[in-house]
Each structure stands twice: as structure tokens, then as C-alpha cells.
Design a binder for this molecule. Structure first.
Ligand code: GDP
Length: 361
């Protein structure tokens, strides 16, 4: 499954955040197939539709989609030079599908900052510079073979040009993700290089309570990383929230003037930047959100439930969540109003689809 690697300088609140995430781990009983490694947190994708559906179809089992986070310890200046820990650090980042950068924005004189002062933009630059340098190294190592492949007719000139263009962008200190978002380069053109800075980035700014109310400061920080997504949370507060039962946690959130926990925001944004989406199934046995890639067709989605469903796919009976709720879950009412769609092999799954697949065995 796709993973999001959590990185950041020391003492920024990574462990605090990661521990909160793992305490939020989904119930292992629903995911017997998932071996949960100590540095991995599998958290539920928050989805308010699921309890509503469960109520309508009289189910007492809900299985949410999940988002997987991996704690990647040990960014150090000079990581790209491949010293000890640095090497391992980069290897771990290469395996992740997206990068979640935790950045300290809280002031606390008791907690030492590695650079001696709290400066979020400076910290981001420190980390991103290491990743950019490592990507430049990757390209430099790849070029001799690419030149040879071009002479041998194994690759097109346009591919080599795209690689050199990426090299130039990195040479200016810009990440490929950032350049791609600005329309300067198409990630697909250089996909084969598996560059680290071509992964989607999410920035998590760790703030104290009073700074959580400071919208000016947050707007500035968000602008400094845009168009990448920025999330603002207090890691310690998030950790405390996970200690409480649902009702108490909701009260604590409301008291803090927050609509949603930072962990829930992070799960939602993470799921989205990974290019994932869900479709729903709703039966008495269970109500479930299944994860697929954005743009997948009905047979591909069926294959997530069972490979036989994909092979023997006939059609998908689909009703949208809103129509299902409007009809209070009555299939006869849904059919009468013509809200039950029959979709074929080429149908591209849409968010909110509640599905029943028909298949040959
Ligand atoms: P890591 O080195 O990035 O994993 O950082 P830790 O999670 O170990 O946090 C470093 C220190 O900062 C610990 O003493 C935490 O209790 C503290 N800390 C983490 N988050 C916050 C926060 O939001 N506010 C304050 N004041 N302290 C925090």
C-alpha cells in the first residue's frame, strides 16, 4: 500500500505526532493482513458518511479506508553526502510515496532547536536542500547511461531533455514537486528517475495553542509552501486528544475552537495527495470504504474487493451517497426514482459511489 514518510529536523515534534498517529491506529481485527511495523502508523481515513450508512442499513460493523504513515528518523545536514545515518534516511524516503515534513513553529525556550532559533522557512530549506542535492546526485549518476542509450536509440532525445530540465530546476534549489505545481515540468516525463522531490509534499507546522489562533502567522506559513498543502496543529494537543474517548475528545476540540483534529486533517490531505479515493459498499454485514486510485474504472475497483470480481466483471449497480441518504436507504425508492445506475467496464469511479458489483465466477 502507499505510504507517507514523516520527516523533520530533531526536536520539532515528530515523535509526539507519530505517537499520536499510532495511538490512533485502526483496529487490527479489521486488517488482519496488515503487519504493523513499529515505525508504521495505519490510521483511519475520517469519513462521516460511514456511521450514517451503518445506521441506514442496520449494520454494526464499519471498516474505514486507511492512510499509512512511516516515521523516518534522522535527517541531518549532509545527509545527501551519504554519511551513515544519512544514507539510511534517504533510502527510507525513497520508499515512501509522499513526504510529510514536520516543521517547528512553536517557541519554547526549554526545547533546544538544532539551529539555535525557531525559523520554519529556514528549517524547510535545510531539509529540502538535502533532498534536492540527493536528486541531483541521482541525475548525475544516471546521465552517462542515458547519453549512451540515446546514441543506441534506446531512449528519445525528448526524455534526455526532460532529465536535463529537471537537473536545471534542482540546480536552482527548487523541488520537482514545487516546479511541477507551477507548471514548469511534468512529473510523468521523468517518472523513471524516481526522484525524491518529485513525491508530493505536505507540510505540518507544529504550533502552540496561542499560535493556533494566529491566522496571520498561518497564512504566511501556508503561502511560503504553496501550492503544497499546509496543516497547522499542536502535536502535544493531538497526542492528548488520542488519550480521550470520543465524546471527551470532541469536547476538547470544541473548547479549543477547532472543527476537526489535526490528525484527521492530516489523514484526509495525505490520502488525497497520494492520489487515492474511496468507493463505498453498504450491507448489513459491513459498511466499508474501499480505497482505489483516482481515475480507476469499475472493474479495477471491483478487483480491490476480490480478484475474481475484476476477471468476471459484468456491471456495477451504483447509487450515489446523497441519493441513498435522501431515500433513507430504501432500494425500492431509489429504483423508482431512477437513481440506481448500471455502469459498465469503462465507467470511471466517482467519489460517493455506493456500489454492488455483478460478476461471473
Ligand atoms: P522529534 O525529535 O522531532 O521527534 O521531537 P519530539 O516529538 O521528541 O519533541 C521534542 C520536544 O518538544 C519534546 O519535549 C516534546 O514534548 C516537545 N513538543 C512537541 N510538540 C510540542 C508543541 O507543540 N509545543 C511545545 N511547547 N512542545 C512540544
Amino acid at each position: 500500500s502507499l505510504t507517507i514518510g514523516i520527516v523533520g529536523l530533531p526536536n520539532v515534534g515528530k515523535s509526539t505526532l507519530f505517537n499520536a498517529l499510532t495511538r490512533n491506529n485502526v483496529l487490527a481485527e479489521n486488517y488482519p493482513f496488515a503487519t504493523i511495523e513499529p515505525n508504521t502508523g495505519i490510521v483511519p481515513l475520517p469519513d462521516a458518511r460511514l456511521p450514517k450508512l451503518a445506521e441506514l442499513v442496520h449494520s454494526n460493523k464499519i471498516v474505514p479506508a486507511t492512510v499509512t504513515f512511516v516515521d523516518i528518523a534522522g535527517i541531518v545536514k549532509g545527509a545527501s553526502e551519504g554519511e551513515g545515518l544519512g544514507n539510511q534516511f534517504l533510502a527510507n524516503i525513497r520508499e515512501a510515496d509522499a513526504i510529510c515534513e514536520v516543521v517547528r513553529a512553536f517557541e519554547d525556550d526549554d526545547i533546544v532547536h538544532v539551529n539555535g532559533h525557531v525559523d520554519p522557512s529556514d528549517d524547510i530549506e535545510t531539509i529540502n536542500t538535502e533532498l534536492v542535492l540527493a536528486d541531483m546526485q541521482t541525475i548525475e549518476n544516471a546521465l552517462p547511461k542515458l547519453e549512451k542509450d540515446l546514441r543506441g536509440g534506446k531512449i528519445e532525445q525528448s526524455y534526455l531533455d526532460a532529465v536535463k530540465h529537471a537537473q536545471q530546476i534542482l540546480g536552482e534549489g527548487e523541488t520537482i514537486d514545487h516546479a511541477a505545481a507551477a507548471g514548469k515540468i511534468d512529473k510523468a516525463d521523468i517518472y523513471d528517475l524516481h526522484l525524491m522531490t518529485a513525491k508530493p509534499f505536505i507540510y505540518v507546522f507544529n504550533l502552540d495553542d496561542d499560535e493556533l489562533q494566529n491566522t496571520d502567522m498561518q497564512a504566511k506559513l501556508a503561502a511560503s509552501v504553496a501550492p503544497a498543502q499546509a496543516i497547522f496543529l499542536n502535536a502535544q494537543f493531538e497526542a492528548d486528544l488520542t488519550e480521550l474517548d470520543e465524546a471527551d475528545a470532541r469536547e476538547m476540540l470544541t473548547d479549543a475552537g477547532l472543527k476537526e483534529s489535526g490528525l484527521d486533517q492530516l489523514a484526509r490531505v495525505g490520502f488525497d495527495v497520494l492520489g487515492l479515493q474511496t468507493f463505498l459498499t453498504a450491507g448489513e454485514k459491513e459498511v466499508r470504504a474501499w480505497q482505489i486510485h483516482q481515475g480507476w474504472t469499475a472493474p479495477q475497483a471491483a478487483g480491490v474487493i476480490h480478484s475474481d470480481f475484476e476477471k468476471g466483471f459484468i456491471k456495477a449497480d451504483i447509487v450515489s451517497y446523497d441519493d441513498f441518504v435522501a431515500a433513507e436507504g430504501s432500494m425500492s425508492a431509489i429504483k423508482e426514482e431512477g437513481k440506481l445506475r448500471q455502469e459498465g467496464r469503462d465507467y470511471v469511479m466517482q467519489p460517493g459511489d455506493i456500489v454492488e458489483f455483478k460478476f461471473n465466477v
